[in-house]
Design a protein around this ligand. Structure first.
Ligand code: MSP
Length: 651
């Protein structure tokens, strides 16, 4: 089994942005998934260098175009490496292997009698490198780049695209899966219905490009040149054995703006040259920024390296692959990115891993041995998860596959809440029950890490290391996606710092938001103020009016993380989801509650309390609890959290 996968090759007139990076990340997830399935994979990326924009940019900088492209290659490779993109080959259209392939393939098209000399007069958008018709323009502008195209008038070579209209339609009939998703296929079918015009395939009087074999005065139109990269990279015209091994490509991944080139022009060129068609094209959607396509020419770009610097490559890869339905458009914003990081990674996956490892250390000194006791419910959930993940991945529903893996994280959290290992640990007669629970939780995390390894390769391998799983050789889904807890097998757990430290939780309550400076109090462990800005004093100590009571903003929250505060016997540090974010609250309930037992529970808290610092940790609110006869805290919880979820007001 083998799989040849490509992405669009990028124009190098500017550095990669988050939109172009999105495509490479999605393709990388697929390439890594294929390798995980044991498929021999070749993943191609590259740079599209013969564009007029590139030539003009080099002119502006007063450097040779090729020298400029060399520099840009280094820039692109650096970004892709920082994003952990695992391409096997990187092609540049100025390379000799590409020049040979273009010359050979165009020669075949000429031999087939499919080019003729004609006269082109019309609009041309240099940013798209594409000929435009009057009806394509919006207010005289290119609809994608929102700037006016040039009017060009030149003698060109034309490709008889119209000749292939019928064969293309037959191909779409015979291979309904050729183009995914469905919406893109419908667009192409309606273009075919409307009829195809021949296209200009050369530019006269330009020096930057590959000459037309029969007319050295003209260079091959940059799109015809660029599309051939997929064949040149596997040896078309230069290495027949390599070409036979890898062609046809199994999947071209391209943006929705360029599916027409890949789904009409490219197949017609291949038909003309007598070369097999690629098996599938996937036209993904756009990453939007503030409601617009992220695009250099629109000035709406985010540098992927900035996102990597903030939170690392894995969280960015996860955000883009999970939050944007593959095939649809999706938004990027810093707030949303950080929010998802806190929710999915810091509070959910990362928290689960560290909870399990810390329970393993607390109850078993970090060394787990699988008991003979039967495995619990997580094993069948994990098996179903792996199957459904596979189905989604095989359909390229990357977002759904990832959500499925996160379903196993949820199931593991629910399992912990249901079996309460901290209670089981109190009874030595239930030792093997606890062993089984701990081993099952670890196994579940191992399977989640296997499934998410194509998305977050380095974090998942770090998690596997921490739970003592060292696969022999590359991961393999058939083997490593199976539930494996044979009796007597062992796992050594390693405690280490948080994988994804939480970003500073919401620090100010709505009531004090916007205040110039926050006053904080510092308290010692007993809750005594040692340094304070006093609250305004109430004039009547015994009663308060209803208006005064309403000043207190009581809310429902959900505990997403809880941990002891070092050197404190009373205090716990809680992270409480508030419905609009996560805030940190220090609470004096450590004597009554095991931190593990609090995760997922709902509490009522004072949302507009002035922040205070307790044992050096800022607390933004106060969790309400009753007191039992021994003076211990008893938490107040809403009776029905479906009806009163986090964020609900309490009156
Ligand atoms: N050079 C051509 C492709 C030739 S392929 C034979 C090109 N280059 S590009 O640099 O403009 O775009 C490269 C890829 O990035 C394209 O697939 C394009 O659709 C994609 N994207 C550019 N902006 C994007 C977003 N904002 N969001 C998602 N993908 C985006 O086109």
């Amino acid at each position: 089994m083998k799989f040849y996968l490509t992405t669009a090759i990028d124009y190098v007139n500017s550095r990669p942005h988050l939109g172009t990076a999105y495509e490479k990340i999605a393709a990388d997830v697929i390439a890594r998934y294929k390798r995980l399935c044991g498929v021999e994979t070749r993943f191609l990326m590259g740079n599209d260098e013969h564009s007029q924009n590139v030539f003009q940019k080099a002119r502006e900088l007063d450097v040779e175009p090729l020298a400029f492209c060399d520099e840009m290659e280094a820039t692109f490779r650096n970004v892709w490496t920082s994003l952990d993109i695992s391409f096997d080959d990187f092609i540049r259209t100025t390379e000799d292997r590409h020049r040979k392939a273009v010359t050979a393939l165009v020669a075949r098209i000429i031999e087939a009698g499919d080019i003729y000399e004609g006269f082109y007069e019309g609009w041309y958008c240099v940013s798209c490198e594409s000929f435009k018709q009057e009806k394509d323009l919006v207010d005289g502008n290119c609809p994608v780049h929102q700037n006016p195209p040039e009017w060009i008038k030149e003698k060109n070579w034309f490709f008889r695209l119209s000749k292939y209209q019928e064969r293309l339609a037959e191909h779409y009939d015979a291979c309904p899966d050729f183009l995914q998703p469905e919406i893109r296929r419908n667009e192409i079918l309606s273009l075919l219905d409307r009829g195809l015009d021949d296209i200009s395939m050369s530019r006269r009087g330009q020096s930057w490009g590959i000459p037309v074999p029969s007319d050295p005065e003209s260079v091959i139109y940059v799109w015809v040149d660029a599309l051939i990269n997929y064949a040149s990279a596997v040896g078309y015209g230069s290495d027949q054995a390599l070409f036979e091994k890898w062609w046809p490509a199994d999947l071209h991944i391209v943006g929705k703006d360029i599916t027409r080139f890949h789904c009409i022009v490219w197949p017609a060129m291949l038909m003309s040259a007598g070369v097999d068609l690629p098996r599938k094209v996937f036209g993904h959607g756009w990453v939007h920024w503030q409601g617009q396509k992220m695009s250099k020419s629109l000035g709406t770009v985010i540098d992927p390296l900035e996102a990597v610097e903030r939170l690392g490559p894995d969280p960015l890869r996860l955000y883009l692959a999970k939050e944007i339905g593959f095939g649809q458009d999706g938004d990027f914003s810093w707030d949303r990115f950080e929010d998802r990081y806190n929710v999915d990674l810091a509070n959910n996956f990362g928290n689960l891993v560290s909870r399990i490892i810390s329970m393993g250390h607390r109850y078993r000194n970090g060394r787990l041995v699988v008991p003979s006791r039967e495995t619990g419910p997580l094993s069948s959930i994990a098996t179903e998860t792996v199957e459904s993940y596979r189905r989604s991945m095989d359909e390229y529903a990357l977002h759904r596959a990832i959500a499925t893996a996160f379903g196993l994280i949820d199931a593991t959290n629910e399992y912990i809440a249901a079996v309460e290992p901290w209670s089981v640990a109190k009874d030595t007669a239930r030792a093997d029950e606890l062993d089984r629970q701990l081993c099952d939780m670890v196994e579940s995390v191992r399977i989640v890490s296997t499934l998410l390894s194509p998305v977050m390769p380095s974090a998942c391998s770090e998690i596997m290391r921490r739970i003592g799983f060292r696969p022999s050789g590359a991961l393999n889904l058939d083997r490593d996606g199976m539930w494996q807890t044979p009796t007597g097998s062992e796992r050594q757990l390693e405690q280490a710092g948080p994988l994804w430290p939480r970003l500073a939780p919401e620090r100010v309550t709505p009531a004090v938001k916007g205040s110039k400076q926050k006053e904080t109090k510092t308290m010692n462990e007993d809750g005594k103020q040692v340094e304070s800005s006093p609250e305004p004093e109430l004039t009547e100590a015994s009663t308060i009016s209803i208006d005064e009571f309403f000043k207190i903003d009581l809310r429902v929250g959900r505990v997403v993380a809880a941990e002891p505060i070092p050197k404190s016997q009373k205090l716990l540090r809680l992270e409480v989801e508030t419905g609009s974010g996560v805030r940190q609250i220090v609470s004096g309930i450590a004597k009554a509650y095991d931190p593990e037992a609090l995760i997922g529970r709902h509490v009522v808290f004072v949302a507009n309390l002035k922040p205070a610092t307790l044992m050096g940790i800022e607390s933004n609110g106060m969790v309400l609890a009753a007191t039992d006869s021994t003076g211990n805290a008893v938490l107040i919880e809403p009776e029905d959290v479906e009806r009163a979820p986090a964020g609900s007001e309490v009156r």
